[in-house]
Design a protein around this ligand. Structure first.
Ligand SMILES: Cc1ncc(COP(=O)(O)O)c(C=O)c1O
Length: 466
């Protein structure tokens, strides 16, 4: 791929009043029109063009964004900016290179691997069957197409999940599944028990539905049975919401015996256990899913966001048989159904083996990232696991939580404060969550880790200048 030079349009009276970034975008347009810049050719990096034209990098960023807005070029994650192909779609995803440069440890997303060829193939396979394509454009059963449920459940069964295609409902991701669970089985004023630090998306959902949230203490294996038992007696909760595998934010995983003990308490108190297993496909080896132990006590939630792509928005939920009708009604009321086109793409990826290949790539990438974490933050108090997207970092006692979050932010590193994971009434832990899969590259990750390591190593009280 050749890197073209871009020459500014001479400053004629016509262009004199235009800001420079727009003049550069005009120059790109002219050079595409004249054939100097060919479709698919790579533009210079922001820095190179800034040097060439003696302008700031910010000006080039604006110029490329303007050219992208006009549909002339496209920014590709991790690869640079390219002149669009002639058959470019009429819309362009506005991805900014600035995003790529950020040390943003905020969101628990899979590493940005290039899945475009696999997705293209999956979509081509679907498009090759016009009859089925037309069928997919009709309203379907809220549960999802039976053929698709068979494929997804078959794949999950191979991985050790005893999920029943007759009972599983597709959802728009795990978050939607949790929302359906609350809508179907809880009323405002009910109580839900959660781990003493928990997934903020669930806490916010419960608050919105005016459900009272009570924290239960955890140890290195998650929910502590004695604390859960006491909370069940005290609050008579409707459900217990937990992430037993690679918990968000602490990364802890419940062992086999603990799972049995927790479910025994649920049975005794007749409380439903919501097993949020969105991270459950990430570890190569893991304890038995709770749903396998007692599928009549467990609401199992999962999805493909972490092991394939969050953009597919494909999740699933299985509830005890006696509650099946209520779930079906809740799904119908919320969204009628999940688009069969999306479940179809997921099925194609599963059948071709690409889903497993992507999962393998994600695991490999995450393990390498976790090795970098161990290398740079190993001397601090961290909880992590080879296949978790995040790290739970307890701060040295000389750092105040809010000061640390702010100090990291000032150095361009975004971390999530322990406060965000704390349900009302629980003690806020002096810890932060680092979503180490979020930085675009390992180089960016390492840069962020170095900044954090340096910050953690110094006592802010004794390190200031007057
Ligand atoms: C514990 C937990 N549950 C649910 C979700 C939502 O995932 P999805 O993208 O499948 O909606 C997340 C996302 O980070 C999560 O961490």
């Amino acid at each position: 791929m050749t890197i073209m030079n871009i020459a500014l349009i001479p400053n004629t009276s016509e262009h004199k009043s235009d800001p420079i970034y727009r003049q550069i975008a005009d120059a790109i347009a002219l050079q595409i029109d004249s054939g100097q810049l060919q479709p698919g050719s790579k533009l210079p990096t922001h820095r190179a063009l800034a040097d060439q034209l003696a302008v700031t990098v910010g000006t080039i960023t604006r110029a490329y964004a303007e050219a992208e807005r006009r549909g002339l070029v496209e920014a590709r994650i991790g690869a640079g900016t390219y002149v669009c192909q002639a058959n470019q779609p009429s819309w362009v995803y506005n991805y900014s290179e600035q995003e790529e440069e950020e040390c943003n440890f905020g969101y628990n997303i899979p590493p940005r691997l290039d899945r475009s060829d696999m997705l293209k193939q999956a979509m081509e396979n679907i498009a090759a069957h016009p009859e089925q394509l037309n069928q997919m454009m009709l309203y379907q059963d809220p549960q999802g197409l039976a053929e698709h449920r068979n494929i997804v459940c078959g794949w999950l069964q191979q991985k050790g999940f005893e999920l029943d295609p007759q009972r599983v409902h597709f959802t728009s991701g795990g978050q939607h599944a949790a929302q359906l669970g609350l809508a179907a089985f809880c009323r405002s004023g009910d109580t839900v028990l959660v781990e003493h630090v928990s997934y903020p998306g669930f806490l916010s959902l419960a608050r919105q539905q005016q459900i009272s949230i009570k924290p239960v203490e955890m140890d290195e294996e998650g929910l502590i049975p004695a604390s859960l038992e006491a909370a069940c007696r005290l609050y008579q909760p409707r459900i217990i919401y937990s992430t037993p595998t690679l918990q968000n934010p602490t990364t802890v995983t419940m062992g086999e015996q603990r799972r049995q003990d927790i479910l025994a308490i649920c049975q005794q108190h007749q409380v439903l256990f919501v097993e949020d297993d969105v991270n459950g496909l990430l570890p190569t080896e893991r304890p038995t899913p709770m749903v396998n132990i007692d599928s009549e006590q467990v609401i199992h939630i999962g999805g493909l966001s972490k092991c394939l792509a969050p953009g597919l928005r494909l999740g699933y939920i299985q509830v005890p048989t006696r509650l099946q009708k209520r779930l079906n009604a809740a799904l119908h009321n919320h969204s009628l159904m999940i688009s069969p086109l999306l479940t179809g793409i997921a099925c194609e990826l599963i059948i071709s083996g690409d889903a497993d290949r992507i999962l393998h790539q994600i695991r490999t990438d995450i393990t390498q990232r976790q090795q970098l974490v161990a290398q740079h933050l190993g001397r601090f108090d961290i909880q992590h696991s080879p296949h978790s997207f995040h790290v739970w970092l307890t701060l040295p006692d000389y750092w105040l939580l809010s000061d640390f979050v702010q100090a990291a932010n000032q150095q361009g590193v975004v971390v999530k404060s322990g406060e965000l994971f704390s349900p009302p009434g629980s003690t806020i832990p002096p810890a932060v969550r680092l979503a180490i899969s979020a930085p675009f590259t390992h180089r960016k990750l390492e840069q962020g880790l170095l900044i954090l390591s340096e910050l953690l190593g110094k006592d802010p009280i004794h390190d200031f200048t007057l």
